[in-house]
Design a protein around this ligand. Structure first.
Ligand SMILES: C[S@@+](CC[C@H](N)C(=O)[O-])C[C@H]1O[C@@H](n2cnc3c(N)ncnc32)[C@H](O)[C@@H]1O
Ligand code: SF4
Length: 390
């Protein structure tokens, strides 16, 4: 069984207008070395109920992990190793970096300690749009950061944001063109999501235009050899994110730090647990747990942060995560994990969706069609199971 660790680093230079991730402007949160001390305590607490094993992946996400001193990132990798969560030469270690937060010296420290994948928050190469959403960098700085990564022949991924207010199809095409030219091996296009009434909800491309924008991205990337392997992820073959795949193929992972989520298999249908979103509360909780013995997250965390899944929840998760992948839901895996009547019910639902041309069946897998991709929310709704339904 593969196993990975997500480490949340909640520091940003400034807050982007659209972002509601658990992250703070760096001056409004405790210093990074103190936060990393809390992470060490959390590792010590969690290791009591999770057997040491070598890690397939580590993912430093944020926030802006590249903002804190690089030796702190290294210290986290070493601390995990000291509890037996060791890395191997083939462990995928990803760090999210924002343009203009990395230099030769930082990069060398990362590379000397096994970091081998860089996820660059480029978003767009249009300076007007970057400014509009309060990004702290401009396109020139993004290109400089990419020059540095390319000079070391590194594996990097891009996040691209689309359907921004006043963004044009031509502008988006230009973003995708630059992303490809710059040598990214993996591209994650995200459609801007903001609640109604948010300042960025005005002047946005309408739904049909958003679909058209996604199609343009998909067509341009496919023409250049990228393969869509998940709803919003494209990669050159062999460069898929192994860490994100853990989330979609029912493998366990730990989430460390503010707001981070974990999924492990210790109860019959799997267990989810998660950390609090506010830094003050997170700090309080970690300090309160110090020195205590725990044999399970159930004994460790308040019930509001812990869920031993019931079968209907595990089934919903299984269907949603596997249908996010273009290779789709593996019928054999479904039958292995769930009782016969459940597996039959899911397949009969999928056959109904096949009639609507939202899903297709091929080689033992059910996957989304082109129409199903556009209407994926409806497909997921059909594959959501409530208590007592199965
Ligand atoms: C939480 S950020 C962390 C990475 C890095 N700090 C950055 O901003 O580049 C991860 C990605 O989520 C996406 N994201 C954040 N808020 C979003 C929103 N409201 N709608 C769509 N995508 C969003 C952005 O594209 C971003 O690259
Ligand atoms: S830099 Fe990334 S994590 Fe920070 S506020 Fe902006 S989008 Fe959110």
């Amino acid at each position: 069984m593969a196993f990975g660790v997500y480490v949340h680093i909640p520091y940003c230079i400034q807050r982007c207008t659209y972002c509601d991730f658990a992250t703070y402007e760096q001056s409004k949160i405790l210093p990074p070395d103190q936060y990393v001390e809390l992470l060490f305590k959390e590792i010590r607490q969690k290791h009591q109920y999770y057997k040491p094993q070598s890690l397939d992946t580590i993912y430093f996400g944020g926030g802006t992990p590249s903002l804190i001193p690089a030796p702190l990132i290294v210290a986290i990798i070493k601390e995990l190793g000291s509890y037996g969560y060791t890395t191997r030469p083939d462990t995928e270690i990803t760090i999210e970096i924002n343009p203009a937060t990395i230099n030769e010296e930082k990069l060398k420290i990362y590379l000397d300690h096994g970091v081998n994948r860089f996820s660059v928050g480029a978003q767009t190469f249009d300076d007007r749009l970057l400014k509009m959403v309060n990004r702290e960098h401009n396109a020139k700085q993004t290109l400089e950061t990419l020059d540095l990564l390319r000079a070391h022949n590194l594996n990097f991924s891009f996040d691209i944001l689309f359907a921004l207010p006043s963004q044009t199809v031509e502008g988006l095409k230009n973003d995708v063109k630059i992303a490809i030219e710059q040598g990214a091996k993996h591209i994650s296009p995200y459609c801007l999501t903001v609640p109604d009434g948010h300042p960025l909800s005005k002047g946005r491309p309408i739904d049909d235009e958003q679909v058209e924008m996604f199609d343009i991205i998909a067509d341009e990337l496919t023409a250049k050899g990228f393969k869509q392997y998940e709803i919003s992820n494209f990669a050159i073959s062999g460069y898929e994110s192994r860490h994100n795949l853990l989330y979609w193929v029912d493998e366990p992972y730990w989430g460390l730090g503010l707001s981070a989520h974990s999924y492990t298999k210790e109860s019959a249908w799997g267990t989810r647990y998660w950390n609090i979103n506010s830094i003050g509360e997170y700090q309080k909780q970690i300090l309160a747990f110090e020195g205590q013995q725990f044999t399970s997250p159930a004994l460790h965390l308040p019930s509001a942060q812990y869920e031993a899944l019931e079968m209907h929840q595990a089934l919903t998760d299984f269907c949603h995560t596997s249908m996010r992948l273009m290779r789709g839901l593996n019928v054999e895996q479904l039958a292995q994990k769930f009782p016969v009547h459940v597996s039959e019910k899911v397949q009969s639902l999928l056959k109904g969706l096949e009639q609507k041309a939202w899903v297709q069946h091929d080689n033992g897998h059910w996957s989304l069609t082109r129409d199903g991709l556009v209407l994926s929310n409806k497909v997921f709704q059909e594959l959501t199971f409530l208590e007592g339904e199965i």
